[in-house]
Design a protein around this ligand. Sequence first.
Ligand SMILES: NC(=O)c1ccc[n+]([C@@H]2O[C@H](COP(=O)([O-])OP(=O)(O)OC[C@H]3O[C@@H](n4cnc5c(N)ncnc54)[C@H](O)[C@@H]3O)[C@@H](O)[C@H]2O)c1
Length: 451
Amino acid sequence: MSDRYLAFANSAAGRRLLRTLGLPTPVRLERWLPGRSRTLDGALLLGGDGALLESLPGFAHKLSGELYADRPERFGLPCWRRTDDARLKALVFDASGLSRFEQLGELRTFFQPELKHLAPCPRLLVLGRAPESLDDPQAASVQRALEGFTRSLGKEVRRGGCVQLLYVGEGAEPRLEGALRFFLSPKSAYVSGQVLRLAPCAAQVKDWTRPLAGKTALVTGASRGIGAAIAETLARDGAEVVLLDVPAAADALAALAARFGGSALTLDICSEDAPARLVEALPEGIDILVHNAGITRDKTLAKMNEAQWEAVIEVNLQAPHLLTQALLQAGKLREQGRVVLIASISGIAGNPGQSNYATSKAGLIGLAQAWAPTLAGRGISINAVAPGFIETRMTAAMPLALREAGRRMNALGQGGLPQDVAETVAWLAQPGSGAVSGQVLRVCGQSLLGA
Ligand SMILES: NC(=O)c1ccc[n+]([C@@H]2O[C@H](COP(=O)([O-])OP(=O)(O)OC[C@H]3O[C@@H](n4cnc5c(N)ncnc54)[C@H](O)[C@@H]3O)[C@@H](O)[C@H]2O)c1
């Protein structure tokens, strides 16, 4: 559904009027277009004092054709000096070396001079060490403080900018390339204010132009909306995709499968024989499992009947659990497998009228957290992706006032697109993304709802 406010804010007259009235002027976000190969179109500045920075120059030249360091004679890179016509597109600050409160000011010193002069849709990234990995209380506190800084900067940065914090574990440095290829590129257009932990992971992408080559993926609820975008994006990245949806969606499913060169599987994931049928339909097994199928039956709890409650729990939570369990028991989820559960920010923040839905989506986050340690032994990762307001049929059906509130109540002032969720899933599905497991990644434009 078209966002008329966004279109108006991006017209010359609209921008003038909205600025005069002091109203927000969301920008059109840059997105990854077919045929693109470079992560960044613009200058990348590397700075900070930790040990993590040492691992960046080895691959950073593959991300941007214009690399700078924050001080002279560093990594053989030119030192950044802003001029009137030169603007930074991305900044990466290694804060892992900060351990005293008085050093926190280095964040301000590094970012502040550039904030009013950034290129459109800039990418800002802070690197640190997970507080729980540090023994010294002050050092742990300083690293935890990075969260407050990052989330605030995400809410301040203008022109479609996104800011993230990555806590990088000892030995996880080689996984930074995959993470930066996602977080510094337009693939993460609608991801901001996020905090993720990277752990060591043996697998790595071999060909960055087709990072999922040789992998087989199953996507549930793939006949339309977010599921169709996920299937398309996984296929773009080289995966062979099995698209699953209810029998009533057979025609749309077959058409999409033909378009992406994948195969279609009609199955109601709640039917009693669904686990057995799924196992039978995947004789060779799969590497990537995306539980996207989901429904809403919105009512306040006072008015919700048993059928509305049960249907949502069954489709959104119970079926993903039973199907994953069946695939694991039958050995159909291969070593180094990647499982992604599509949750929702409702499952994090709660939402009036969605107690059933929020319960199911919070339960999915619980599944990711509970399963991650067990699956780690086989190199399998499992994560939840929590979309905020995404422009789909589901949100087009919302009452106007709620829809407008959902679109604007985030740091980017607009709804996301199915592609934004799909790019995030595709990144988590990569071999090297086994570095992330048992975590939740929100695709919500840094929604003001929830943490
Ligand atoms: N649209 C949003 O803003 C938004 C926000 C947060 C989370 N999500 C989640 O993202 C996922 C996709 O959302 P969407 O907006 O594309 O929804 P959608 O309604 O357009 O698509 C959901 C798909 O799931 C399929 N499905 C439903 N029940 C099924 C069953 N029993 N067996 C097999 N397939 C079944 C449907 O046929 C449909 O194709 C859902 O899990 C949803 O909860 C969406």
